[in-house]
Design a protein around this ligand. Structure first.
Ligand SMILES: Cc1cc2nc3c(=O)[nH]c(=O)nc-3n(C[C@H](O)[C@H](O)[C@H](O)COP(=O)(O)O)c2cc1C
Length: 147
């Protein structure tokens, strides 16, 4: 059993539903899960945790407002994040040149701070006719041996 911190970046609420869908699957596999809709680095455990980043992109490749401070705090932190395992679900729309930049950028940033990537980041393209909750749940289920 692992302990998950799901860190959500969302403006319009879609990524929050994706995060809750992930929570449901992870709890079903017996993991412990905490959800952070207003992520605050100081409040998020980083000792032997798996951080699941679940964020959309807004503006022109920007972070959603609610995760901006978290990203800045990560940029400036001296914390040792080498015991944090990382999963990233990046939600966006391929009509934008800056497709999924928020997810891609925070993933890069966290890896640069020592986080260990459990699985390569996935992108969910809302320009395709997909159900992002279903896709995320399937991704976790297919990879449950790695979690
Ligand atoms: C004003 C606006 C700007 C957006 N900019 C981007 C972008 O730069 N890159 C991208 O991949 N998607 C972009 N999107 C698409 C959103 O990421 C997508 O609609 C996502 O599902 C929204 O998730 P949320 O409901 O969690 O905020 C943008 C959407 C809006 C409304």
């Amino acid at each position: 059993m692992s302990s998950f911190q799901i860190i959500v970046g969302s403006m319009l609420g879609g990524s929050e539903y994706v995060a809750e869908a992930c929570e449901e699957v992870l709890i079903g596999y017996g993991h412990q899960v905490e959800l952070h809709f207003q992520p605050d680095l100081a409040q998020i455990s980083n000792k032997n945790q798996t951080w699941l980043i679940c964020t959309s992109t807004h503006g022109a490749g920007d972070y959603p407002d609610n995760i901006q401070a978290f990203a800045t705090d990560i940029e400036n932190t001296d914390l040792d994040l080498s015991s944090v395992k990382l999963l990233t679900i990046a939600i966006g729309d391929s009509n934008y040149d800056t497709f999924c930049y928020a997810g891609k950028n925070i993933n890069k940033l966290l890896l640069s701070k020592g986080c260990i990537e459990l699985l390569p980041l996935i992108t969910l393209d809302m320009n395709e006719d997909i159900d992002p909750e279903e896709r995320s749940q399937a991704w976790l289920s297919e990879n449950q041996d790695h979690l």
